[in-house]
Design a binder for this molecule. Structure first.
Ligand SMILES: C[S@@+](CC[C@H](N)C(=O)[O-])C[C@H]1O[C@@H](n2cnc3c(N)ncnc32)[C@H](O)[C@@H]1O
Length: 236
């Protein structure tokens, strides 16, 4: 069994491996809640026009949602460091005829290939957890934003108490790796997922990182009993 560490090369290799089954398993393992979570997170950018950056775009669902909501007012650039994930996103954009609105490219969240101050907003869904140097990634987002631009982060968090905390812990440690490993034929990848959630669990940690990256007016919105949170902040 191939196991995955938290090094960037290892993370990239993980997503290269699971790219073909990513969408199917994502919807199945989250009981299709991922669609609602992304939709709700994108609503935080209501009224933000112009160029929006979708970092760690993966198979492009966040980028598509950004166009679905407020489409005529914006263009989206989706970036990811896994070529197989970007290829799947490209296929979707062709099928949905979204190539005029969504542009895709290979690139690292830690060294965004853009000049500073060009985007109105930056969006990252289920990506930050996979990046070791999180504050650096957030600082890169802030660098490419215009003043007054908004960063929105959607990420798994760990419910701190109550029945949901017990259930979530059981689900991600025992059930999710089994189903994910079986269906993706990649046990290592779906053993990594719970570990990555458990390792960086608190909403407060994400909030502190956003403040550290220079964002202000931070807002936090937990969803589904605290399994997931939307955090946002403004570049002053
Ligand atoms: C869990 S997927 C999320 C995909 C998509 N945003 C979504 O909502 O489904 C995480 C993505 O982050 C990408 N990723 C992880 N680290 C990255 C980095 N340093 N730079 C760019 N992409 C990265 C992976 O390749 C993967 O496609």
């Amino acid at each position: 069994m191939k196991t995955y560490q938290f090094r960037p090369e290892s993370i990239r290799s993980l997503f290269n491996h699971i790219a073909p089954s990513y969408d199917f398993l994502n919807h199945l393992l989250s009981l299709r809640q991922d669609i609602y979570w992304r939709k709700r997170a994108v609503q935080e950018l209501k009224g933000f026009k112009g160029w929006i950056l979708d970092i760690a775009t993966g198979t492009g669902d966040g980028a598509i949602e950004l166009i679905k909501q407020d489409g005529p007012l914006r263009k989206v650039f989706g970036i990811d460091f896994s070529e197989p994930m970007i290829r799947r996103a490209q296929k979707k954009m062709t099928q949905k005829d979204l190539f005029k609105n969504i542009f895709l490219g290979l690139g690292d969240a830690l060294a965004l290939p853009f000049k500073e101050g060009i985007f109105s907003a930056a969006f990252i869904a289920f990506g930050l957890r996979n990046i070791m140097r999180k504050e650096e990634a957030l600082s890169e987002m802030v660098r490419v934003l215009k003043r007054g631009g908004k960063v929105v982060v959607l990420e798994f968090t760990f419910p701190q108490k109550g029945a949901m905390s017990w259930f979530f812990s059981f689900y991600i440690k025992k059930i999710l790796p089994r189903i994910g490993g079986l269906l993706s034929r990649n046990k290592g990848a779906y053993a990594y997922l719970p570990e990555s959630i458990l390792r960086f669990q608190k909403i407060e940690d994400y909030k502190d990182l956003m403040i550290g990256a220079g964002l202000v007016e931070i807002s936090v919105f937990p969803l589904t009993g605290g399994i997931v949170a939307i955090l946002s902040g403004i570049k002053p």
